[in-house]
Design a protein around this ligand. Structure first.
Ligand code: UDP
Length: 411
């Protein structure tokens, strides 16, 4: 049984622009917040003391200290004013954010053993800590600016981000990549030294995400037992490819019982709700589409269990947590070949990866899964879940602790 008694290791975890307590499915709060929260909780359980530093969501002067779980604290500090249109606007405030961190550290006479930063903005603060505190610095980028700009449709990540990521790749001590694909991207796009990269996959809460009774879940959510439910879970950012799912649903319009359920909400560059509703009407799928809004993790297992299939139409994912969550609930996934997908989506068993990724290819894959009645059986759902049992947060934490131990040992 992991220990919760503090050991003598103290980790500064940086998640500057996105709070682990933020509302999941909103603009800056998604997989990274889940990751930071879950990893910190597991580390705390094993006796590591973890301080997670984030910007105060209302731009208030800090520090505000909250206990997140055993041995884990959230420390909110000021970085810029309330409200910004792009995370890069926080960049000029990162120096003063680090000064506040240093003030907090000195005030409590702490000595951190390692800094673990998440996303490029935190990486910049982590680089200051690395220099000023003389500690090892591990970074996880979660997404790469150069990769987003190369996606179709391309995002417009600023040069500042690309340059910062390139510099951090050279100067940090360890880069944690979520998939081998992300490792290759780091080498190809930023010339990262493969010696510095370690691949540690993300995790899923296997206790929470488990197959629930389909009929009861549908009843609880107000869906009919006869509908063919196609589910999307995520932020409505263009990079999530919602448009191609909508088009695919349009092509499936002849399916007599189709129901499209969209979980999530505003994302960077997301279409306004009115535009989205208009597009859905143009495609003739307004009658079969239901917006569920942002849903908490506690309630998501019901959605996954009620669905016949989860669709991940993303143009880019660094990993793709929702796929793990759906499979842990026994629900097959149709997804583009992004992030971890080809590793865990086994055609004919746990879903389908449409070749080429056109709306027509998605429609065909979705139709194939819906027609395969065998997939919904309790046995098939248990087999789907088996495929992701190795992705527990406990295993993620063990792999990350190996990295910490190695890095701290070299200092
Ligand atoms: N999520 C949620 N409620 C929502 C929308 C999303 O809890 O309404 C969660 C989802 O369950 C997953 C995370 O947000 O844990 C999204 O992670 P993913 O890796 O799929 O995408 P990212 O946000 O990192 O791009």
């Amino acid at each position: 049984m992991p220990r919760s008694r503090p050991n003598n290791r103290h980790i500064a975890m940086l998640s500057v622009h996105s709070s682990p307590l933020g509302r999941l499915g909103s603009r800056d709060t998604g997989g990274m917040s889940v990751y930071v929260c879950s990893l910190a909780t597991e580390l705390g359980r094993r006796g590591y003391r973890v301080d997670v530093f984030t910007r105060h969501p209302e731009g208030r002067n800090g520090p505000a200290v909250t206990r997140l779980s055993a041995n884990v604290r959230l420390i909110e500090l000021k970085a810029g004013e309330n409200g910004y249109s792009h995370p890069a606007e926080l960049y000029p405030h990162l120096g003063s954010f680090f000064e506040s961190m240093e003030h907090f550290r000195a005030g409590e006479s702490l000595r951190y053993d390692l800094v673990h930063s998440h996303y490029w903005l935190s990486g910049q603060v982590g680089a200051l800590a690395q220099r000023e505190w003389g500690v090892p610095h591990a970074i996880m980028f979660h997404t790469l600016g150069a990769r987003k700009n190369g996606a179709m449709p391309p995002e417009e990540e600023p040069n500042l981000r690309l340059q910062t990521e390139e510099r951090l790749v050279r100067t940090c001590h360890r880069i944690v990549a979520a998939t081998p694909r992300e490792g290759r991207d780091l080498e190809r796009l930023y010339g990262a030294d493969p010696e510095r990269i370690r691949v540690v996959p993300c995790g899923v809460d296997l206790e929470l995400f488990r197959p629930l009774d389909r009929e009861l879940s549908r009843r609880a959510l107000g869906f009919s037992p006869h509908e063919a439910i196609v589910l999307f879970v995520g932020r409505f950012s263009p990079i999530k490819g919602l448009e191609r799912l909508l088009e695919a649903a349009g092509l499936l319009g002849d399916h007599p019982r189709l129901r499209l359920v969209l979980v999530g909400g505003e994302g960077a560059g997301a279409p306004a709700p009115r535009e989205l509703a208009q597009r859905i009407a143009e495609l003739g799928i307004d009658g079969l589409t239901r917006f569920a809004g942002q849903v908490t993790h506690q309630r998501l297992p019901e959605y996954y269990s009620a669905a016949d299939v989860l669709v991940v139409p993303s143009h880019y994912e660094s990993f793709g947590l929702v796929t793990l969550e759906a499979l842990a609930c026994g629900t097959p996934v149709v997804s583009t070949a992004v992030g971890v997908m080809e590793q865990i989506i086994l055609p004919g068993e746990t879903g389908c990866v449409p070749s080429g990724g056109s709306p027509a290819a998605f429609a065909e894959c979705i139709r194939g899964v819906l027609l395969d009645g065998a997939r919904g059986t309790p046995e098939a759902r248990a087999r789907a879940r088996e495929k992701v049992l190795e992705f527990s947060w406990s295993r993620v934490a063990s792999a990350i602790i190996d990295q910490y131990t190695e890095l701290i040992g070299t200092f």
